[in-house]
Design a protein around this ligand. Structure first.
Ligand code: DA2
Length: 297
């Protein structure tokens, strides 16, 4: 497999800005996203199991898949933006073609800058989809049970329209600043971790094999989420502002009042379950990325 992306002709750059990193692993991750968001924004759950049991009892199995149709439809676009901006920024900084990337490795500073740039741009594409996901996932009303009050949002489109009606189109970017703070440095760390692990486990200047890419991608996902989780909690709470949470004056206000009321542990809510999800998802993401780069080269 190592030779799978080895030695392709240099000079022909793949169309990185449209890399279709697949959305498939995302379906399996839906329940994890839901539990993560609920643990981060609601205080009614004692932990992962309690959240799972209560969700299942109250909302049935379908409840675990709430709010995911929009993110799944958008994940390919969001990932393509991230990996496309990353690859092209790296290309602009180093003038080394993708095919020569392992033979003439870029510096970690360049990898970090390119990753941060990708993270920054991705955050603004992701913001409206992420807001809708968080809002829908926090609706705990069971679906269509006669007599029970209807949920505030009937689905992703109704959610988007309601937000626009109530807060104007900019309302769709609520929490975008916290999302940018979360994604800019952590995506830098994500790509540096991946590059570092690949280089550590591959003989000098050779292309990494598939197993290396899978393991390095998986750990890069976990490392980036370990750093991102505190801001992920803040981001989700700000996105819920005005609904189940009070409206915060800003990122700092949200941080201080969350820590005061719930202790420092609040910043790590959802980390365990998200790490378990992040390993396979990011392993497959990087394998696909490397495969596409080599086959389009
Ligand atoms: C905010 N952070 C830490 C990241 N975006 N990290 C990169 C992993 C992205 C991947 N789609 C995932 O959901 O794990």
């Amino acid at each position: 497999m190592a030779s799978c992306w080895a030695g392709r002709g240099a000079g022909m750059e793949p169309p990185c800005s449209s890399l279709p990193i697949p959305a498939l692993p995302c379906w399996a991750a839906c329940p994890v996203f839901l539990i993560q968001v609920r643990l981060q924004t609601q205080t009614t759950y004692q932990g992962i199991i309690d959240c799972m049991v209560k969700t299942y009892r109250h909302e049935s199995l379908l409840g675990f898949f709430k709010g995911m149709s929009f993110p799944i439809a958008s994940i390919a676009v969001v990932n393509s933006v991230l990996f496309g901006v990353y690859s092209n920024t790296l290309l602009a900084l180093t003038t080394t073609s993708h095919q020569e990337r392992w033979a003439q490795p870029p510096s970690y500073t360049h990898v970090f800058i390119a990753g941060c740039t990708g993270g920054f741009v991705q955050a603004y594409c992701l913001a409206p989809f992420d807001l809708i996901k968080v809002r829908l996932q926090n609706q705990t009303e069971p679906r269509a049970r006669p007599g029970s009050p209807p949920p505030r949002y009937r689905g992703p489109v109704h959610c988007a329209v309601s937000i626009c009606r109530e807060d104007g189109p900019w309302g769709l970017f609520r929490g975008a600043w916290a999302l940018t703070l979360r994604d800019t440095p952590t995506l830098g760390i994500y790509f540096v971790t991946y590059e570092w692990l690949c280089r550590q486990s591959t003989p000098d200047r050779q292309n990494p094999g598939a197993a290396t890419v899978l393991v390095a991608g998986g750990f890069a996902g976990i490392a980036s989420w370990a750093v991102a989780t505190p801001l992920d909690v803040i981001k989700s709470r700000m996105q819920m502002g005005g609904l189940k949470h009070r409206v915060y004056r800003g990122v700092l206000d949200c941080m201080v009042s969350s820590a005061r009321q719930e202790g420092l542990g609040v910043f790590f809510r959802g980390l365990t379950i998200n790490s378990a999800r992040a390993f396979p998802v990011n392993a497959v993401t990087f394998l696909t990325y490397e495969y596409l780069l080599s086959s389009w080269g």
